[in-house]
Ligand binder design. Structure first.
Ligand code: ATP
Ligand code: MG
Ligand code: MG
Ligand code: MG
Length: 478
């Protein structure tokens, strides 16, 4: 089943069942507190929160999503992309728990010939919030699941709220068991790559107040209008249905991975570290393409900085595969061709997108060639002196003189088994900042330069440790 086919089945299924089909919103969220749309429900927040009456009682979508907080997982787990598509079905005070579970089970287990996704019921497990006896009873009644395949988990994983007073409720997640070749037989609670979470059902049923932490808050009443919010990872279902090992090998992503392999002459599957790099490249190129197609341009702050970081990480990964020259013309074309059926704008807008991407690559390759040799020497010197840490002033020099980003220095050092004296680096940065402030006029360049790194730190705080399907302390509904 091609990814497009799964998407169509989804929309058909929920469309046939009275859901208004709503096109994906842009990746760039309307909400200024959120850099990107991180879940299918984001465009529906006004209706879910009750602030605005919903124009339809039920809706479905396949929403483009960016999750930068998963960036470190990319390529290492089988299931985390920075860009992915979240299929969702939503009820605004219309149907609730029983119907949501019943729809999910029906779509997953109806045969492919009859328009479903054709999963074997024996391969499916669910988790529920530990006190949600209602959900447990429904899973038994609707799906006939035995007790051992319904795992009760706590609020940290199976309770949704925004961190603010407002709507909240238990979740139930559906997992696919890939079998004993991938890990032990302990169910999703074992939290390894054997059990792949495919679908999260959120039952928004309570008003909560006094939120003290993710797991500590007061439930004050039942909501008069209970809502359903679900999210299924399209790429996750695609990789399971396509019989490949991970989401980077599906039809929409694999062509980029193959291109990276051809360009580098390294065979995918031959070396673990190289494989991770190829998967990172495949993921990041697609994310960058989709971000640019939604109007994001590379820059030193906010959304543009995230885009820049994805592109730089791609370039860096290609270098680690032994390719020194420009590769974006090949990689982006491969991603465009894999994505254009679902998103024709990546083709019609390709001139603009590719100009931005290629210029970014050229600039960064120049920065890299200047900085890398210095860094390589410093790494070699540090290792031969048997020191564990790269000096802060080296990192600072690289940043200050060569525009070499600190995150890259950290990454390269780490690859060489070294850390970086971050506190020395930070104090040099602080010194420079106060010098720059004292003499702002004559040091315009330094100031502009510094802003890069404060933006990076800000982005790091708001993005990289950020939302987990809005279930951390985001203020999104607040
Ligand atoms: P995981 O625990 O695997 O990180 P999650 O609990 O963070 O997933 P949710 O926030 O519940 O995910 O999002 C709903 C669905 O979106 C998930 O069930 C999964 O299928 C999909 N999904 C979440 N994060 C990613 C990602 N980074 N890449 C691809 N699909 C994802
Ligand atoms: Mg999860
Ligand atoms: Mg989840
Ligand atoms: Mg997650």
């Amino acid at each position: 089943m091609l990814t497009a086919d799964i998407r169509n089945r989804w929309l058909q299924f929920f469309g046939d069942r009275g859901h208004t089909v709503v096109p994906s919103a842009s990746l760039v969220s309307d909400d200024p507190s959120l850099l990107f749309v991180v879940a299918g429900m984001v465009p529906f927040i006004p209706y879910l929160s009750g602030l605005v009456p919903a124009p339809y009682p039920r809706a479905t979508s396949v929403q483009k999503v960016i999750r930068t907080n998963d960036i470190e997982e990319v390529g290492k787990t089988p299931r985390h992309g920075t860009f992915f598509q979240m299929n969702g079905n939503f009820s605004f005070g219309d149907y609730f728990k029983e119907q949501a579970i019943s729809y999910a089970w029906e779509l997953l287990t109806t045969s492919e010939a009859d328009g479903g996704l054709g999963f074997d019921p024996e391969d499916l497990w669910v988790t529920v919030y530990k006190d949600d006896d209602e959900a447990i009873a429904l899973w038994k009644k609707i799906a006939g699941l035995p007790d051992e395949r319904i795992q009760r988990l706590d609020k940290d994983t199976n309770y949704w709220h925004t961190g603010q007073p407002g709507p909240a409720g238990p979740c139930s997640e559906i997992f696919f068991d890939r079998g004993p070749a991938y890990g032990i037989d302990g169910g999703p609670a074992t939290d390894d790559d054997r059990y792949v979470e495919i679908w999260n059902l959120v039952f928004m049923q309570y008003q909560i107040e006094n939120v003290r932490s993710k797991v500590d808050f007061d439930i004050v009443r039942e909501l008069p209008h209970k809502n359903i919010d679900t999210g299924m990872g399209l790429e996750r279902v695609a990789f399971l249905k396509q019989g490949v090992d991970n989401m980077y090998e599906i039809d929409q992503v694999r062509p980029v991975l193959d291109r990276a392999s051809e360009l580098s002459g390294r065979r995918y599957g031959a070396d673990h570290e190289d494989d991770i790099r190829m998967r990172i490249i495949a993921d990041h190129v697609r994310s960058a393409l989709m971000l640019m197609s939604d109007g994001v341009t590379p820059s030193n702050e906010g959304r543009g900085y995230i885009l820049r970081r994805l592109m730089r990480r791609t370039i860096r990964s290609m270098r680690l595969l032994g390719v020194e020259g420009a590769t974006f013309p090949e990689l982006f074309a491969a991603s465009r061709d894999a994505m254009k059926a679902a998103y024709p704008e990546v083709e019609t807008d390709y001139d603009r997108i590719s100009r931005l991407a290629f210029a970014e690559e050229e600039t960064f390759l120049r920065t890299l060639s200047a900085g890398t040799s210095i860094l390589d020497e410093a790494v070699a010197a540090t290792k031969s002196a048997q020191e564990p840490q790269l000096k802060g002033d080296t990192a600072f020099l690289l940043h200050d003189t060569f525009g070499f980003p600190i995150d890259l220095t950290l990454e390269i050092a780490e690859e060489a088994g070294l850390s970086v004296d971050r506190s020395a680096f930070d104090s040099l940065m602080a010194e420079q900042r106060s010098r720059a402030k004292a003499d702002a006029k004559s040091r315009k360049v330094a100031l502009a330069d510094l802003s890069v790194y404060s933006a990076f730190r800000a982005a790091g705080e708001t993005v990289f440790t950020g939302y987990d399907y809005l279930d951390t302390d985001s203020t999104i509904l607040g």
